[in-house]
Design a protein around this ligand. Structure first.
Ligand SMILES: [Zn+2]
Length: 94
């Protein structure tokens, strides 16, 4: 990756709080305080603190430590797809 790529990635990245509304639509609760453990590096982070890439056809949430993709959300006219194989678990407070 050269500097131009790094700059562009930074420009496209926001934090998980930027997708709080979409997460609320999908899960029906505030997910920004839910904790995700990265399946790659085992770092735990609140979903609001994950790196969010929102300019693609869907949303990609990445680990702030190792940048692995933790979850992807794609909405179609008839369904919402959630893929979270990059997370060992999501921990939701009661
Ligand atoms: Zn990680």
């Amino acid at each position: 990756m050269n500097m131009d790529d790094a700059d562009m990635n930074t420009a496209l990245m926001v934090d998980g709080n930027a997708v709080a509304g979409q997460l609320m639509d999908v899960f029906g609760r505030d997910m920004t305080i839910a904790v995700a453990r990265c399946a790659g590096c085992t770092r735990e982070a609140e979903m609001g603190a994950l790196m969010a890439f929102t300019r693609g056809p869907g949303v990609v949430l990445r680990c702030p430590a190792c940048e692995a993709a933790i979850a992807r959300i794609v909405e179609t006219p008839t369904a919402i797809y959630v893929e979270a194989r990059g997370a060992s678990f999501l921990r939701l407070p009661r």
